[in-house]
Design a protein around this ligand. Sequence first.
Ligand code: PGA
Length: 253
Amino acid sequence: MTASIRPLVAGNWKMNGLSSDLAELKEMAAGFEDASGGAADGLICTPATLIERAVRAVDGTALAIGGEDCHANETGAHTGDVSAEMIADCGASHVIVGHSERRTDHAETDEMVAEKAKAVWRGGLVAIICIGETEAQRKANETLDVLAQQIAGSVPDSANAENSVVAYEPVWAIGTGLTPTANDVAEAHAHIRERLIERLGDNGKTVRILYGGSVKPSNADELMAVENVNGALIGGASLKAADFLGIAKTYRG
Ligand code: PGA
């Protein structure tokens, strides 16, 4: 089933990135096609302040640019927020919604994440919907239940492979250097696939499911080879071209 899904190698720059980092981005863009052997799509999600310049920096290459969050509304009295339409206006193609840092720092609920995903679609963009269990939930053996709940709450009914990507990011693996075992990743991704099919029917078969959490060149081969892992969402290792391209190389075959 996964063989027919084109993988996505996506970076999340989080609150990092100034004009001076555009050279690094250009290096990623210039090298992506070669690194991935043309066998994967490439995306870097940047802070809102950098999106427009990032889009210009990667123009004419295989790398796309996304945002990291958006407000659920199109316009209005929401000081400091940006809408999906604004992100689209900058030339981006994707927006991450429901990242665990947003869920924690801004108390975003599944319901809010679903509203944001719909806002991303309204803006004509692809939503990368993040889910994942905390360390306490994993220790309490609640991982699969938590994922089912988050899918039920955060993934809107009309999600499909064209408008959405799901990213599984165990919260305890983000930025820690820790990763689940390949078996644990396989179990989580199979469960996510089943829940998506239950919820979305045939559309659930082709939605990409990314793994995220401490992906780096040294573990990408093992993690990306797992059944139902259709690419990666990469934080720290997406800031350096050598690391990001090193991960993309796993698809060159
Ligand atoms: P990390 O972050 O690769 O630095 O663990 C992943 C993410 O938060 O998307």
